[in-house]
Design a protein around this ligand. Sequence first.
Ligand code: BGC
Length: 250
Amino acid sequence: MDKILGIDVGATGIKGNLVDLKKGITLLDRKKIKTPTHSTPESIAGIIKELIQHFDWKGKPIGIGFPAIVKNGKTLSASNIDDSWLHFEAEQYLKKSLKCPLVLVNDADAAGIAEVKFGMGKNVAGTSILLTLGTGIGSALFYNGVLVPNTEMGHLKWKDKVLEKYTSNKFREINRLSWKAWAKELNKAIDHIDFIFSPDMIILGGGISKHFVKYEQYLTKSNCPIVPAAMKNDAGIIGAAMAYHTYRNE
Ligand code: BGC
C-alpha cells in the first residue's frame, strides 16, 4: 500500500489528492470542492463521495483530516462545522456511508504528522508545535516526533473568547487587518504558547503559510525558530493519508 487518498475537510473547502506515502508528496492535481453551508455528516459524506469518484478510488482506503476533536473515531467538538458532528460516531458513519476503509483524525494533527515526518519538523529533537491558521486555529504537539493528539491550542482562553477568535486568518480577513496588525496579536499568542510548552520549533501551516514573508518579521517573541510549513496547504492532505497508514484498525 504505497498510495492513499488524503482528504482535508475544512470550514470553507474540502480538498483531496492521492498521496505517495513513501515520499510524502501528492501525486495529481488537487481537487477542492466548496464546503456546504449546512456542513452536516450527510452533506460532507456526499462531497467526499464526489472526491472518491474524481480520483477513481471506490472501495479503497482513505485518510480524512477533520476540523474537530476526533477521539476514537468520535467527533467531540464542532466550532467551525455543523453542530450535528458533536459527540457523533463520525468514523463509523463515514465508513458505512462511503463503503471504504478509512481513518478520521483532527486536521491539524494530520498536517503535523506530515510536517514532522517529511517537512520542517523532520529530525527536530524535543517538542515541536504546528499551528494551522485558517478559519479556526488548529494545533499539533509532538515530542521527539510522537504526536499528543487533539491539543486544541486555538481554544486557549483569550480575552473574552478563545484564541482563534482573535488570531485566525478569518479574523484577519473579516477585520481587514494589515499583516502587521494581525501578526501583533499572533505574536502575543505565540509568546503565550512558547511560555507554556517551551517548544524547540513552531511550524505555521494552513493557507496563510504561503504568505509567511509578509509577517515573519513581526513574530519576535518565541525562544525557538518559527517556520512556515514546507508542504504549505497540502500538509493536511498528505498527513491524513499518512494517518490512515498509521492508525488503521482492520
Ligand atoms: C477546531 C480544531 C481544528 C481547527 C482548525 C478549530 O476550531 O476546534 O479541532 O483543528 O479549528 O480547523
